[in-house]
Design a protein around this ligand. Structure first.
Ligand code: NAP
Ligand code: ZN
Length: 354
């Protein structure tokens, strides 16, 4: 099959730095769209994958699933997009599109497994998929999103993962005017959760380990900030919340947060993947009909709904723009929670590199 080589940034091993390398993108099929990538957000999942935190990373790994850019070529059957349009790609680039989940627009729960934008099984070229730390990407139009033209393009990029991952549980658990929502962790996902929950009219509380983030959280829209290491502050919100979105990436004790749910409330884990330690105590769950749940990104239709909502309500991410060549320092800062509140790579830095 014909293909073409482009520049990308990736890593050859879990303990190696990311550096420039070449990858191939496929020739367009009739339903494919080629996008020149202008900006790509940096998600903590990129770091987990590069470092093989979850196991199963294939190398070289080229992360990046918060992609925005401009369409440079379209396949012969494309009707919804044209060359020159802005476009976005999130965490999904394919799914079976025929199973019960796909038919319900829940491609992220495809029963045969979705194709991730990176580290997924490449059905076209073989091998594995490469993400948005690259000059361009070729994606089936079903998985391409329309970008509101009124928003700052670089600050839209994180909506494609951090935005949809927090939007989907807010919608699924029916957050509306007056709902009491809490967010655990003020990072990329956490700050979008605050903005989106506020946009839906909720009263929003942030749980953070980091007292220095209080003023920022309030500026982002949080009504209240609770420092999670302060037992007195934790007690003050006992039994309060309808929904908690927990974005913490590493193992942590979930039980203190369950105590802050009201009866029938739900805590949704979107960050840490793995066994809980300490384990969940079932007593408050049973006595208060409480739930602990999980949620994975969101489907394509729901992602478009979220983008349109953000366009209408002028919601974007708070970003720090970096060059592609600074990605290793950015990962080190992300591990120290030193991000305000999403790194976004200006992809011109890769395109223009020697
Ligand atoms: P991030 O920007 O690094 O933010 C994580 C925040 O969690 C930190 O800012 C920090 O906030 C808090 N935190 C608490 N304990 C921590 C610890 N031991 N180490 C680091 N941070 C800690 O990460 P993100 O990009 O928002 O991603 C969050 C998690 O969601 C990652 O695990 C990522 O892989 C996952 N994710 C899941 C989905 C999904 O579909 N479910 C989608 C995207 C990402 P405070 O300082 O306020 O405590
Ligand atoms: Zn992500």
């Amino acid at each position: 099959m014909n293909s073409n080589k482009i520049k990308a940034f990736g890593t050859a091993a879990a303990d190696a730095d990311l550096k420039e390398l070449n990858i191939e993108r496929r020739e367009l099929t009739a339903t494919d769209i080629e996008i020149e990538i202008l900006y790509c957000g940096v998600c903590h999942s990129d770091l987990h994958t590069a470092r093989n935190d979850w196991g199963g990373t294939k190398y070289p790994a080229v992360p990046g699933h918060e992609i925005v850019g401009r369409i440079t070529h379209i396949g012969s059957a494309i009707t919804k997009f044209k060359v020159g349009d802005l476009a976005g790609v999130g965490c999904l680039v394919d799914s079976c599109r025929t199973c019960e989940s796909c038919k319900k627009d829940l491609e992220q729960y495809c029963l045969t497994g979705f194709t991730g934008t990176y580290n997924g099984k490449d059905k076209h070229l073989g091998g594995h998929t490469f993400g948005g730390y690259s000059e361009k990407v070729v994606v089936d139009e079903h998985f391409v999103l329309k970008i509101p033209t009124t928003l700052d393009l670089a600050a839209v990029a994180p909506l494609l993962c951090a935005g949809i991952t927090t939007w989907s549980p807010l919608k699924h658990w029916n957050v509306k005017e007056g709902s009491k929502v809490a967010v655990v962790g003020l990072g990329g996902l956490g700050h979008m959760a605050i903005k989106l929950a506020k946009g839906l009219g909720a009263e929003v509380t942030l749980f953070s380990r980091t007292a220095e983030k209080t003023a920022d959280a309030k500026a982002l829209g949080a009504d209240e900030v609770i420092i999670s290491t302060d037992a007195k502050q934790m007690k003050s919100v006992n039994g309060k919340f309808d929904l908690i979105i927990d974005t913490v990436p590493y193992v942590h004790d979930v039980n203190p947060y369950v105590s802050t749910l009201n009866n029938s409330g739900t805590l949704v884990l979107v960050g840490y993947l793995g066994e809980l330690d300490p384990m969940l105590n079932s007593v408050p769950l049973i006595l208060g009909r409480k739930s602990v749940a999980g949620s994975l990104i969101g489907g394509i239709a729901e992602t478009q709904e979220m983008l349109d909502f953000c366009g209408k309500h002028n919601i974007v991410s708070e970003i720090e723009i970096i060059n592609m060549q600074s990605i290793n320092e950015a990962y080190a800062r992300m591990l120290k929670s030193d991000v305000k509140y999403r790194f976004v790579i200006d992809m011109a830095s890769l395109r223009n590199s020697e």
